[in-house]
Design a protein around this ligand. Sequence first.
Ligand SMILES: *Cc1c(COP(=O)(O)O)cnc(C)c1O
Length: 397
Amino acid sequence: MTTHNKAQTDLIHAPRKAPQYIETIQPPLFRASTIIFKTTAHLFDRHWTDAYDYSYGTHGTPTTFTLGDNIARIEGGNYCLLAPSGLSAINLVNSTFLSTGDEVWVADNIYGPNLEHLNNLQDRYGISVKIYNPVDAASFQPTEKAKLIWLEAAGSVTLEFPDLKNLVKKAQQANVLTALDNTWGAGLAFNAFDFSDEHLAVDITVHALTKYPSGGGDILMGSVVTRDQQLHHKLYRMHAIQGISVSGDDTAQIQRSLAHMSLRYEQQAQSTRVLLEWLKQQPQFSQVLHPSSPDSAGHSFWSDICTTGKSAGLVSVIFKANYDLTAVRQFCDNLKLFKLGFSWGGPVSLAMLYDLKQMRSLGNTHLQQGLLVRFCIGLEHPEDLIQDIQNALKQLD
Ligand SMILES: *Cc1c(COP(=O)(O)O)cnc(C)c1O
């Protein structure tokens, strides 16, 4: 016989509940797998297409819906689904809309892991992956099998800004869904759901919340935003089937950082412009890539779409061809404030070394030969960052 330990149950069913009606700066945080139904009526009346389906943790809580609503609003859409990383959000779009026999188009400067994911689908499910040149809309030639085109503005690493207007127009004419990786613009540089006088819009945006929304370099998350309810429902269904969910704690942390996202974005963009002007003067580089630079491919598309002159805190340099891998590695290793690492949007400036020869499949006549270093500008003082690069370059001579 066990003795009746009253505390065992009392500790679980504590009589005191948190007060419901106090106002705080940050919304209350919900962590849930189980969500308790008041009655069987609530259980049977629930429906997955409800805007806020409080039935199980994977489907969402007030915490995840709050962040999702905010991301949708910032990006100009109506609906948002959260995923545990940006890449997982990309995967959600691909797995919702692509089936065997379909054709998908990706820009030559697409975020690398997205291409890797699509190549994997191509091999296993017979999905045809086609590459287009983002600054030449004529290179996008959808057949009747085309289902989806991925856009990215500006593109990864080499930062060409795409001919969004003509690519989207062409996709609409061919009945091809448009998905934009919106991580660079973060919903701040331009509105992907209305980016021209003609009210042109993409169908879907994906955002690596890991970058600017998190702002800390410490949390992974992604989002998929749509305006159209039918598209949202298709994505939502796949989201549920695949068990894609995010932690309440991570979500609350990103929600907390959203308050100052636009200030951080502006500051990092401004510091980047200061660095850009200095980098252009340095004899070691044959090219400095940034959409605001008239000699960067797609500059005129950037001016046309990002009318407020906004851009993310990213700038890439191509070293002159006489700097070999050993030299450019030495340069990266010499940096002190810039840390060597992937990602961006956090407080710490980052550098990453790329060999373009292994990354692009079309001819890149607009790019010089040479090794590329991408700088992600953090929140340090730009003059200190310049000093850091200057020191690292000096040690090469
Ligand atoms: C970082 C990034 C992603 C992926 O986000 P993760 O959260 O790191 O998976 C996708 N697209 C772009 C453009 C990115 O920079």
